[in-house]
Design a protein around this ligand. Structure first.
Ligand SMILES: C[S@@+](CC[C@H](N)C(=O)[O-])C[C@H]1O[C@@H](n2cnc3c(N)ncnc32)[C@H](O)[C@@H]1O
Length: 265
């Protein structure tokens, strides 16, 4: 049942129309994204949500958009007393703190797809690795040398906890991807780049770290009409596009895309 249906007899028609169709659940935390005219009703909406979703123990109201380098937002706790939880995805468990680290469960398919592409013995770098949702499933399924880079120290601390929780062996470096060419002294067969919004320049920085024939999984945010131009730009920069797909909307008309590419020698 949708949130709107749940609230049918509890809200006036004009307010009901403003209720979002869905909400994201991470672990046992539900995240409500309400327009300000519904703020007076926020507790009523949160109660309706928990009464219907037995696995939800905490309800957070997202107060603004993701911002800053950490890609985090401000949240108000409507039900419960925490912003931390454990999320299960791709047979792995992840400690997450929604207020202090970036995390979305919407990329579970992509993370599983990338882990499926990896071959044993690869050297892999995961940039912007956060609490580990791309890196840990790869390390769990394949025999690889894998390393992550992340700037948010709190995300790094959760990453280490998650590596232990999932019994995997992986290194993480706390550092700035702008310095990646000084941080790594070897090349990689595969570089995974869940790049922050609007930071496409990191792709050129990653290129010297790629072995000949190596693959980059490059995530970027684009409007549909920008894709043909972006494909031309990639080709002009000497990248061959092996595959690309739309990974879903992140804002009105803006989608996350992934491009699997390799450098033309
Ligand atoms: C879009 S999130 C992706 C996080 C994670 N890979 C995931 O899928 O949940 C981007 C991550 O990059 C980190 N970040 C942002 N700028 C960075 C930089 N210059 N160097 C290293 N990490 C950075 C943020 O802290 C955040 O965790």
């Amino acid at each position: 049942m949708s949130l709107r249906e749940l609230l049918k007899d509890k809200l006036q028609e004009e307010k009901l129309l403003l209720v979002p169709k869905g909400f994201e659940v991470i672990g046992d935390i539900a995240i409500l994204n309400l327009p300000p005219p519904l703020y007076d009703e926020k507790h009523l909406i949160a109660q309706a949500l928990v009464s219907h979703s037995k696995n939800v123990k905490v309800v957070l109201l997202k107060k603004n958009k993701l911002a800053g380098e950490k890609r985090t937002a401000e949240f108000e706790i409507l039900i419960g007393d925490r912003t931390a939880t454990i999320h299960k995805e791709n047979d792995c468990l992840f400690n997450v703190d929604i207020a202090r680290t970036y995390f979305t469960g919407k990329l579970y398919f992509e993370r599983s797809r990338i882990a499926g592409e990896v071959k044993d013995d690869e050297e892999i770098l995961v940039l912007f690795c956060g609490v580990g949702p791309f890196l840990i499933p790869i390390a769990k399924k394949k025999k690889v040398n894998i390393i992550g880079l992340e700037k948010n120290p709190f995300a790094c601390a959760l990453f280490r906890k998650n590596a232990e929780l999932n019994h995997i062996d992986a290194d993480i470096i706390i550092g700035d991807a702008n310095s990646m060419n000084n941080l790594f002294k070897k090349d990689f067969d595969r570089i995974v780049m869940p790049t922050p919004y609007g930071q496409d320049h990191f792709l050129s920085l990653a290129r010297p770290l790629l072995k000949p024939g190596g693959t980059v999984h490059f995530y970027t945010f684009k409007k549909d009409f920008e894709i043909s131009h972006f494909k031309r730009v990639l080709e002009e920069l000497g990248w061959h596009i092996d595959f690309y797909r739309d990974c879903g909307s992140v804002a009105p008309r803006v989608k996350r895309y992934v491009f699997d590419i390799h450098a033309i020698e």
